[in-house]
Design a protein around this ligand. Structure first.
Ligand SMILES: Cc1cc2nc3c(=O)[nH]c(=O)nc-3n(C[C@H](O)[C@H](O)[C@H](O)COP(=O)(O)O)c2cc1C
Length: 206
């Protein structure tokens, strides 16, 4: 198979759910955010003026342990409720989540996996495609710099907490993409062996 550093980062990226506690330097975090910022984005027309380079996103980097705790306190009950529902509907998925919980360090943070950095990609609701592209750039850049990452949809369910909404400065027309957790990986191989193996792509040639 053909390869190069970009393809290697894409092929080797897997969701990481176990991190070393060591922090990530500001320089690296900024580099990763810049990769997100360079994603393709859909232009807009506002007040009759064309803005083809409109970037519909902004970023919030969370490292503060108290704020992380507050995020977890808000999202963990939602995670628990969904996981309970999985039990009967998707028993295999439920078993995987439980196995992952068993190998985690205390305290069990099943939403953000005690990652050193939680990166919120916040964008306008109608620009979901552009924001998703920024997210993917971020995860590939992280991989290329030796970091693990995971897009944690559960981690975005914080809109019910007024204080969190205020701290993130979320407005009504914004939504959270990600957040993406980042850190130096502890044991990716075990995590991905448990969670997913990639199937061959479905392709139709015409
Ligand atoms: C929209 C979206 C939401 C996700 N939410 C979560 C989540 O809340 N928790 C989690 O552990 N993984 C989450 N993931 C990661 C997926 O589980 C993971 O990408 C998938 O199993 C494929 O594995 P891979 O990333 O290793 O290729 C999410 C991924 C996407 C794209």
């Amino acid at each position: 198979m053909m390869t190069n550093p970009v393809l290697e980062a894409i092929y080797n990226r897997r969701s990481c759910r176990s991190f070393k506690p060591e922090p990530i330097s500001k320089e690296i975090i900024n580099t990763i955010i810049e990769a997100g910022n360079r994603a393709p984005s859909q232009g807009r027309v506002e007040k009759g003026k064309k803005d083809p380079l409109f970037q519909p996103w902004r970023f919030v980097v969370v490292e503060n342990p108290e704020f992380k705790n507050q995020l977890l306190k808000t999202t963990l009950p939602i995670w628990k409720k969904s996981t309970e529902q999985m039990k009967t509907l998707f028993p295999e998925m439920y078993a995987k989540a439980m196995r992952l919980q068993e190998v985690m360090d205390e305290p069990k943070d099943m939403v953000y996996y005690s990652a050193p950095v939680i990166l919120f990609i916040i964008g306008l609701a109608e620009y979901a495609v552009s924001c998703a592209l920024a997210c993917q750039n971020i995860m590939i850049a992280a991989q290329s710099l030796g970091l693990g990452s995971c897009y944690v949809g559960f981690g975005s369910l914080v809109k019910g907490d007024a204080e969190i909404v205020q701290t993130l400065e979320l407005t009504d027309n914004e939504r959270i993409y990600g957040p993406i957790i980042l850190g130096y990986p502890k044991d990716i191989p075990e995590a991905h062996a448990m969670l997913s193996k990639k199937e061959e792509p479905t392709i139709k040639w015409i």
